[in-house]
Design a protein around this ligand. Sequence first.
Ligand code: PA5
Length: 453
Amino acid sequence: MLRVETNNLAKFVTEDEVKNIKPQLELAAQQLRTRTSPGNEFLGWLDWPCDFATAELERIKATATEIRTQCEVFVVVGIGGSYLGTQAALSALGPTFPQLSNSAERGGPLVLFAGHHLSSRYMADLLDYLADKEVALNVISKSGTTTEPAIAFRLLREFLVKKYGRSEAMRRIYVTTDPERGALRGFADAQGCTSFVVPPDIGGRYSVLTAVGLLPLAVAGVDIVGLLAGAAAMREHLMNDKNADGNNPAYKYAAARNILLRKGYDIEILVSYEPGLFYLAEWWKQLFGESEGKDQRGIFPAAVGNSTDLHSMGQYIQEGRRALFETVLEIAEPGRDLSIPREDDDADQLNYLAGRPLSEVNQGALEATVLAHVDGGVPNMRICLPKLDALTLGGLFYFFEYSCALSGLLNGVNPFDQPGVEAYKVNMFALLGKPGYEAAGAELRDRLNDGRM
Ligand code: PA5
């Protein structure tokens, strides 16, 4: 089971501070349990791993089986919470080089992503790549109105219709959206596409364990039953240990990061030593950034992948402005390992490592870095997992979601809304001439012209 180690906070967080935050932590946990927190209309994720209907799970598995026979490439169209969890799980559990592996090695079709930005170069390259492949796609948008996936879907839909004809194209389009509202729901119902729902009471960034993540992950051959079981076990662990003095890892994590924030440590760096965790950090950044960064408050979530980033960001972390703390994701069992070879001439002077596993060197880098950064004034915690598999990853997703909700409540914000993401959209619609935004568009163009003079 996952553990949170806080020994390396001793220099930065006192026992009294931990004791003093306890009543606030218990209140936040109680607000979640009793569904009385701000944003309580979006607490569906709390019981989701246990409530998830068996019939829906079976339908996802059956559809995934059908998709696996239908295509070589499965394109997931979505942005934010509608793709990051899938990308995170695929990178963590799938092969390191999916595009270079065959479908047996991967466990299913190649999963590619679209609609998570507006790059014309990426879309043009993707369409070229798909030209001679068997393709199916899953368009995912809770609101059904998000511009980036909507444009990618329009381009890919045109591609599929040209390639297969309209009725076969519609058989290759799988829609995941709100059960009743939005343009995508209307499209799926009108065209008779197979569709799944994003539950209305689960926000995008808390939705990885719904059909949003489960369908594409099942297509890719990920053990989705294991993911849900891991999340359910973690829920049990976190919800049943109600004592803030105990060893509840979410309480420890949420308490520590809020104590640090109140002392001016307002940047958290999630650190991993496995490239396969890169997208997990991206998912985590979205979860915490959108949940906590509001009302001019919040911890800025950043991430590094070591030891790569020790050769770039390492300098800043060691000696830059002291507002950072680190949370290290530590995986005990690397999954695969190699022994470092001996060489007779020892020209590179690495024979002192000969015969030792590469994972031991990686762990050495982790331990050495933690000590150096703590000495340099960077508070450090570790989230320790025995290994990385579907069970532990499902548990980790749930752990972060629960900790994030607790943390946001501790900091006095609603962790389930994201009012700030509208600002750029209004400007973009206005500048691009969307009907209804004419006045705002004229004003913005004037501002841009002033700036250019
Ligand atoms: O967490 C959220 O709600 C957002 O980040 C959404 O996931 C993101 O904006 C995509 O929204 P939608 O699924 O409605 O297209």
